[in-house]
Design a protein around this ligand. Structure first.
Ligand code: HEC
Ligand code: HEC
Length: 356
């Protein structure tokens, strides 16, 4: 039904469009000598060719095709919205904690070591070295736009940013602090005392849990809207032709069955190798739920800024975005796609890079 309506709209619009030039175009009327048939014929001919030329030059305006695409996109995605800061002091404290390398065993590791604010919330390493150089088995996901995730970590084991932020501080291969008490001891300065008091509006606010609250509030501000959001808000020209073709393919091939919502991911858990097995030793969400069906299941990653956040997958094993697109089509959808498709989808994915 929707398609028929769109078709009707197209036909009626295009008719209007073809008729419009008669009225709008200035056709210079030459003096017609009624007796001079030749001149009259010439004029008629010139008017006719003028009109023909106009019609052949008049392609169906891109906007009509864009409108269908835009409506489909609006059903699947949502624009990213900047966080409305309610308590600037809490955000500022969270940022200071995020950047503070003294909150680590060797005094050199902060959240920013692995989730760098100047590189879209990642470190672009396969896996990240912690305080003693040891690397974990998983790639660092971006802290940017992470507030939109249904849960945190590749396997969703932390329910929100508050809970997540406390994990790395005590993780033996990340910040490497031994206990909550050790974290608080590192914060035992007059400056932090004052900042916690101001941020939380009360004395004795400097608790381990509140470290998580402040960091999470800062992370909520790490939202990176870009031209895709302008497109979703109705500006057809915010995306160029290559990017729009890529978006059409991203939808029609079926990437959107998992990558949807404001961050094109983060809303679902799905098996890596859903259609065709993919080799990995990481059991993913099974480690959290112990449910057989959750073997090799991961949180669908957020695709905002994806061009900047490689290498890809939970283990950082894939360096190129092109290869990543081919793997997804093959293992998640069971489609073999052409190099042209890969190129177009990549153009769309690159358009998801926002501003810092
Ligand atoms: C040594 C590197 C390292 C440090 C330091 C570190 N992280 Fe992470 N972070 C990771 C890795 C690796 C993961 C993924 C682990 C997993 O899923 O099992 C992760 C996951 C996350 C996630 C989840 C994102 C998502 O999409 O699921 C957030 C948010 C995050 N870290 C924020 C922080 C904050 C805040 C700090 C500081 C308190 C911090 N990280 C310190 C490496 C690090
Ligand atoms: C059935 C669900 C599903 C479908 C369909 C799907 N993906 Fe994914 N995608 C995932 C999951 C799950 C991961 C993470 C897997 C992992 O890390 O082990 C992922 C990872 C990715 C990544 C890497 C993200 C990162 O930060 O490492 C990209 C890029 C990506 N997908 C793009 C696409 C494209 C393009 C399509 C369509 C051709 C697509 N996906 C189809 C579920 C899906």
């Amino acid at each position: 039904m929707k398609k028929i309506l769109v078709l009707l709209l197209l036909v009626s619009c295009s008719k209007d469009f073809f008729y419009m030039p008669y009225g709008s175009k200035k056709i210079v009327k030459k003096e017609i000598n009624k007796n001079d048939h030749q001149v009259q014929k010439d004029i008629e001919k010139s008017i006719e060719s003028d009109i023909k030329k106009q019609i052949t030059e008049t392609k169906l305006p891109e906007a009509y095709k864009d409108e269908t695409l835009l409506n489909e996109a609006k059903d699947l995605f949502k624009p990213l919205v900047k966080y409305q800061i309610k308590n600037q002091k809490l955000v500022d404290l969270g940022k200071k904690l995020y950047l503070d390398a003294s909150l680590s065993k060797n005094g050199k590791i902060s959240c920013n070591s692995c989730h760098r604010l100047d590189t879209f919330g990642v470190d672009n390493e396969v896996t990240s070295p912690g305080h003693d150089g040891t690397r974990g088995g998983r790639n660092s996901p971006s802290s940017f736009n992470a507030a939109s995730n249904l849960a945190q970590f590749w396997d969703g084991r932390a329910k929100d940013l508050e809970e997540q932020a406390l994990g790395p501080l005590l993780n033996p291969i990340e910040h490497g602090l031994a206990s909550k008490e050790e974290v608080l001891a590192k914060l035992n300065t007059d400056e932090y005392k004052k900042l916690f008091k101001e941020a939380f509006g009360k004395e004795d606010a400097k608790t381990f849990e509140n470290v998580g609250v402040a960091i999470a509030e800062f992370e909520r501000t790490l939202v990176t809207p870009g031209k895709f959001d302008q497109f979703l808000s109705g500006d057809f020209n915010a995306l160029n032709e290559d990017e729009k073709r890529g978006l059409r393919k991203f939808i029609s091939i079926g990437c959107t069955s998992c990558h949807y919502g404001a961050t094109l991911g983060g809303q679902d858990y799905q098996k890596l190798g859903l259609v065709e097995d993919y080799p990995t030793k990481d059991l993913g969400r099974f480690e959290v739920t112990k449910d057989e069906d959750d073997k090799f299941v991961f949180k669908v990653p957020n695709l905002r800024n994806i061009e900047k956040t490689g290498p890809y997958l939970h283990d950082g094993s894939i360096a190129s975005l092109e290869e990543m697109i081919k793997i997804m089509a093959k293992h998640q959808i069971g489609e073999k796609i052409t190099d042209e498709d890969v190129k177009d989808i990549k153009s769309f994915l690159v358009s998801l890079t926002g501003s810092l």
